[in-house]
Design a binder for this molecule. Sequence first.
Ligand SMILES: Cc1ncc(C[n+]2csc(CCOP(=O)(O)OP(=O)(O)O)c2C)c(N)n1
Length: 789
Amino acid sequence: MSTNTLTPDLCRRVDAYWRAANYLSVGQIYLYDNPLLRRPLTLADIKHMLLGHWGTTPGQNFVYVHLNWVIKEYDLDMIYVSGPGHGGPAVVANTYLEGTYSEVYPDISQDVAGLQKLFRQFSFPGGIPSHASPECPGSIHEGGELGYSLSHSFGAVFDNPELIVACVVGDGEAETGPLATAWHSNKFLDPVSDGAVLPILHLNGYKIANPTVLARITREELEQFLRGCGWTPLFVAGHGPALMHEAMAKALDQAVEQIRKIQSDARATGNALRPRWPMIVLDSPKGWTGPKEVDGLQIEGTFRAHQVPITDPATHPGHLALIDDWLKSYRAEELFDEHGRLIPELAELAPVGTRRMGANPHANGGLLLRDLHLPDFRDYACEVPVPGASGIGDTHVLGPFLRDVAKWNDAQRNFRVFGPDETLSNGLAALFEVTQRQWDAATQPNDEFLAPSGRVMEMLSEHQCEGWLEGYLLTGRHGVFNCYEAFIHIVDSMFNQHAKWLKVTSQIPWRRRIASLNYLLASHVWRQDHNGFTHQDPGFIDHVVNKKAEIVRVYLPPDANCLLSVMDHCLRSRHYVNVVVAGKHPAPQWLTMDAAVKHCAQGIGIWEWASNDGDNAPDVVMACCGDVPTLETLAAVSILREQLPALKTRVVNVVDLMRLQPDTEHPHGLSDRDFDELFTRDKPVIFAFHAYPWLIHRLTYRRHNHDNIHVRGYKEEGTITTPFDMTVLNDLDRFHLAMDAIDRLPQTGDKGLAVKRRLKDKLIEHRQYIRLHGQDMPEIRNWRWGGPR
Ligand SMILES: Cc1ncc(C[n+]2csc(CCOP(=O)(O)OP(=O)(O)O)c2C)c(N)n1
């Protein structure tokens, strides 16, 4: 094993490089002008608004310079994930020093003028954010919202056997739920076919205003905790730079040697025993090398170092001198030449080409993205001899398609299905005909579908599933997240961050587009008979449509053939978040594959076979979106057509929810003319919707006919009851829909009122029946579309 730690000369140069990174970090926070302090510092050189986070930054600079060295030493393929991404100055400084920053932003050149721009743009109007944002080369993780660094890192190394992700985890970040469960990702990593994650727990002791839990337990407890999570922690603790450089270099050497040994053993022998991967605990002062004391209060080594330690030089005369002293302590004149360029003996410490962490293509995943091999989804169609033919459950039809996507892409290893223990429950069992759940912990005889390597990733942490998938996508691969509809809310916030990332990266020319994040929300609100109220929540789509129209897509296929067509489309799409809501229970099928392809291409359309308005204007539009609302709408239409045959009814089905928005608001939006052609300008529209009703109003409020759109949807009434009763409780059932139509159609007169009375009686009958028999009435269970043709 190598004991190749630093020679004195190397130690001196590593320290100098670290000083350069620290200088550039402080410069970004403070300097408007005079970047190399070649004239005396004045207030005019200081930015008016001092924004940024210093506390974590010197520690991350320290880590980065050491990673640079170890990359060179071992020729590593490595990227850097900054958990406390608020240390943005560190990643910007280091990618600038290694040259990648100037390559993607030639204007930020390697000279005094470039330095000035580098400093000025930071946290500045028209400039860059203060975090490890998408604008920073090498970043796949902004770190603004803490907690996801380790899951992103693991996602990045799945199916990337040569890649190591060095992941700095903040000790505050480590208190978040997602990070706390992410330590267990090591039980899902295959040392043969995946790469490695090297967590570096940055134990700088503090958050914004508090100590951190992990810093205030004994070292023994911390070590036991990390060991208990399956890691081998290597501790690097101290303050004095020389000793710390030596300790860090040694720890990194050990970590890399251990990673290599684990991988080569597993790859040579197929040894399936779960390895104990190394990690580093870096115990260094918060705000290291910064001001020791300001106005009598200690800064370095305390929570006070978190943001900008010296805040108001304009009003505190002594503060300008403190900033000056601080900047000068890094001796920039020894580090940059007369042109403002890093001197060669330091520049050569950085790796070259794509070994530089800022230039590693894994961190710009679209560069590596390969299209999936997709079988023809039409081959998986279910037979629909007549509308209303019975189906086995829509996701069960999708399963074989996803199975073959997994199979067809097995060789290029760029497709995975993620889910919190629900792939079987969500009807995707077919996947296990060709692959397994990847699982590196112990197995027992009755376990099913577990193997060290597989295309399905299941951990009962929606956070990990989301974070892994995001990391997988961000590094240029494809995937699907299948989840219960109600519990996808657990990752609302992670979705937010990913959607923001997609929005920003879509506007950065050097960032390549990545595969879309595909949610398959099966086990939805209307079919939670055995789980009840806790499992009934269709609100994720309300949340999703808040995001930029160019990023989000929401699909509610009414049947299995539509689901196949939609999923094929989603897997081909790029740089979106696609939400697909689909049922898993046996349900009627409406469209042949040909009809489904056309309907999904349109995203919305009149179902002529279910309508009787012919070439005339309808009296009423019965609109539906979602599988259960479609069923109830068609049943309501059959009641209306039977009982009020003179009524002209039009059925409109919506697959692509965003078609409802005006074309000025969403790229999928219908023009007003097209919308009016479907929904009329003046006829009542009874709209049965899968989710909360107000979303339809939100999407259509500008349409001419909006006042006539009456929406029924989930209104937070739920419990354990029969499937039909769920719709009754929320007034979404066929009887309510038919009554609603009659209410809006005075021309139905007394006949209409008589029908209404009969429908009200039906509702009472229904209630009595289910309370006696514990299931829906036969006429509900056995109802088939087949009304007057
Ligand atoms: C989920 C989340 N909650 C709260 C915050 C606000 N916040 C920003 S930095 C910070 C403290 C972070 O501490 P740590 O991870 O230890 O980073 P460091 O001390 O190295 O800056 C907090 C609470 C956040 N960014 N994300």
